[in-house]
Design a protein. Structure first.
Length: 557
């Protein structure tokens, strides 16, 4: 290895397949293809940053061109070919950065160079990093050579954005998707490197590094490098120092803050947040961690804390599980939506710290509002049960056997059964109306200026029967869903008596509006056959009757 390199990600860069971590299946597949001499024309490695795409490309190049052969590939003392490939200066292994050479002319130059066989190695190999940056024309120029290259030519592509590569190119390559390195495997890896570097770093700090790196080996080594450089002689890099340097904070603080939000303790919530902010934690990082905790509260019963997950320790896991039993799932989802919205607001607020404080205050009041609504709902449910009980008792004492066709879907209005307040007591003194027919009902709607109710009665209701305090109707699809409730409430207010509104399977009489339309139609047809109309047509052939207006009192004639 290049022991002179000071950066850990380069100093400990894997040189052979056995040095790789987290990509065992890919290593085994490529090794077998080389052993059985079934090497593809082109390899395509894709994955997130720092998982080993370029590193594997170089290892493949060394495996194909090692002077000692693949079975005896160099491990410590490198041959000339392996040494040159590791240092990126081999004459037959060309490394190209597609981010800086994107044009079709660069690819044409590459193709021209490919016409000549290798000088000192077995294969001429082109390693193109960030290949998705090539232009469309450059990809098209590469297609023919990529599909049928000379036997001595191999392509190795690496990319972080596979979707930007044309399908025609992907289909000509043997594709390998590099996965994120598992937490436990990455932890053991950087722990060994820490010991080689003789650095004092606690396991908890290493676990935080693994969490921040999100499965990227290079990120983990860069953070470890930063941690070791921050130490004075004889000092240990612990979790507290790691949180300060990397801008992360103790998750237990966030869990405590979450618990205080549900208890409605505004001052304590703001105090904890300000202490987190004083640690140098950015508002956006705080909100992202807040979302993470919300996720754990929602799914804690399906999660297990093991060696592959360093997001929570055992104490935090148990605390979240304890609190989650007291929280409704719908509340957590609502908090999630508010947090996402708060992240968007950060871009338009100049003082992001104040925005976070207002966000936390909103959550406290949101919880209070939800609690009040739940109390009101419980009261309403209790009242509804009491009203139903009273209604059932009253129905038992009345003779309901004479209802026509076994009344279907009877709907009672609960609102009219609520306890009387001062306003209801005043209504008792108001003159009672006597309603003995459907027409009288329409008339009283006009007197009381109940325009909406009058409209529904005239247009969407078909009367089946109208008896004392009992109306049987059918209706069309346009009837308002609250119609029955509103009508029973108004009838009770107007007559001081309870009415039963039943829905019938019978069609019933045409609605008032339908009757008006039929009357107009009959009058229209009658007038078209009249002598007057025919004489008008004789004198004015282009004339046409378009509408008939009914005089008052003519509707029912």
């Amino acid at each position: 290895m290049n022991k002179n390199l000071k950066v850990l990600s380069l100093k400990y860069r894997p040189q052979i397949f056995s040095d790789l971590i987290g990509q065992n299946i890919i290593s085994e597949t490529i090794t077998n293809s080389i052993k059985f001499n079934k090497v593809p024309n082109a390899y395509l490695f894709t994955g997130i940053r720092g998982v080993g795409k370029t590193t594997i490309a170089r290892i493949v190049a060394k495996s194909l061109n090692c002077s000692n052969g693949f079975d005896n590939i160099c491990k410590n003392n490198f041959c000339e070919n392996c040494k040159a490939i590791s240092n990126s200066n081999h004459i037959d292994v060309l490394e190209m950065d597609a981010a800086s050479r994107t044009g079709v002319d660069d690819v044409r130059e590459l193709i021209e160079f490919s016409r000549y066989g290798p000088t000192t190695a077995k294969y001429k190999i082109f390693i193109i990093d960030e290949v998705h940056m090539l232009s469309k024309q450059a990809f098209n120029a590469l297609l023919k050579t990529l599909e049928e290259p000379p036997e001595y030519l191999k392509f190795i592509f690496a990319t972080t954005e596979i979707k930007k590569i044309p399908v025609t190119v992907i289909s000509r390559c043997q594709r390998f998707d590099l996965t994120r390195v598992r937490s436990l495997e990455l932890f053991e890896y950087i722990k060994k490197i820490k010991e080689k570097e003789k650095g004092k770093v606690s396991d908890e700090a290493l676990k935080l590094i693994v969490k921040i790196s999100e499965g990227s080996v290079r990120d983990a080594l860069s953070l470890l490098d930063r941690a070791l450089l921050s130490l004075d002689e004889g000092e240990e890099f612990n979790l507290n120092k790691a949180q300060k340097i990397f801008g992360y904070f103790d998750k237990s603080q966030l869990i405590s803050l979450f618990e205080l939000i549900f208890e409605g303790k505004e001052n304590e919530v703001l105090k904890i947040y300000r202490s987190i902010f004083d640690q140098g934690v950015e508002p956006k990082i705080f909100l992202n961690d807040f979302l993470e905790i919300l996720y754990y509260f929602k799914n804690i019963n399906y999660l297990t804390i093991d060696g592959n997950n360093f997001s929570l320790n055992d104490e935090e896991y148990n605390l979240i599980k304890k609190i989650s039993n007291k929280i409704e799932q719908s509340t957590i989802i609502l908090f999630w939506q508010f947090t996402i919205k708060a992240i968007d607001e950060l871009d338009i607020v100049s003082n992001q710290n104040l925005s976070i404080e207002m966000f936390l205050i909103r959550l406290i009041h949101l919880k209070q509002i939800k609690t009040d609504l739940e109390k009101e709902k419980n009261i309403n449910n209790k009242l509804e049960k009491e009203i139903n009980f009273v209604s059932e008792k009253k129905m038992e004492t009345n003779d309901l056997l004479d209802l026509k066709n076994k009344t279907i879907g009877q709907m009672k209005n609960i609102a009219q059964e609520k306890k009387l307040d001062e306003e209801a007591q005043i209504k008792d003194k108001i003159k009672e109306f006597s309603i003995n027919s459907f027409d009288e009902l329409i008339e009283i709607c006009i007197q009381k200026k109940e325009v909406k109710l009058k409209y529904e009665l005239e247009k969407n209701v078909n009367l089946v029967s109208f008896e004392k305090q009992r109306i049987e109707i059918s209706f069309n699809d346009d009837l308002d869903k609250e119609f029955i409730k509103i009508l029973t409430s108004k009838l009770y207010d107007w007559t001081n008596k309870r009415w039963i509104i039943t829905l019938s399977k019978e069609k019933g009489d045409p609605s008032i509006k339908e009757k008006e339309i039929n009357v107009k139609k009959n009058i229209f047809e009658k007038n078209k056959e009249s002598v007057v109309y025919k004489k008008i047509l004789e004198n004015f052939p282009d004339a046409e009757m378009t509408e008939v207006k009914i005089k008052k009192g003519e509707k029912n004639e």
